[in-house]
Write a protein that binds this ligand. Sequence first.
Ligand code: BEZ
Length: 253
Amino acid sequence: MPEIYWDSKLYNEQHRFVSDYGADVLQWLAPQAGESILDVGCGTGDLAAKIQETGAIVLGVDASADMVELAKQNYPNIQFEQKDATLLDYNREFDAVFSNATFHWIENQRGLLKGIYKSLKHGGRLVAEFGGKGNIKSIVDAIENAAKQLYLEHRVISNFWFFPSIGHYAALLESTGFETEQIWLFERPTKLIGEDGMLNWINQFAQHAFIGLNEEEANAVTNLAIEILKPNYFKDSEWTADYKRLRIKAIKK
Ligand code: BEZ
């Protein structure tokens, strides 16, 4: 997985939907007052704040120093730390681990799940939502198609995300020692803000696809991909991305 630079300002201004949509998964977490909860991939801290409002005590961790800085500014009463999610070093400290829109960025899923398992108290729960099988397929296809048309397909990497099926992820959870209590794959079309919504999305989230290209080539692929997507995904002056989520609840037995 290439190093990813998170533009926290662009994220905060354009991509707040990540936490707005993520609020729904909190119903599966059902945090209780007094519980200690680890938020893995906390981003700018919006969902950590919603969890802490219930009276639970939250620690938010994120690999991006920039995001952690912004989270601390946004929510000074919550504890945030910069930490790689595959190197969690907690020992039976948390009643629950929560994560939204993070797991699909992580290649080392075994390392991630082992660290989470060890972090949880016995009987503790993991509740997470992330991209599932088929997530943003139209965007990935459009980037590949554009690269092909411009004879750049060998220098564009479009399959760096991890979007597992229900079966694949349940097996991973269970081989780590978790019991899968609930698992759900569902479509969640996601509105992108403004006429440049798709451009901003690609610039923020898919920049590493173009690591092997110069700026001019990257812009050409991006612009052509946007043209390919436009007839189906730009309606009434609004872009939609074809998100598919995998939502899980698993218990440490
Ligand atoms: C997602 O939340 O599904 C996602 C976000 C950015 C890139 C890929 C997937």
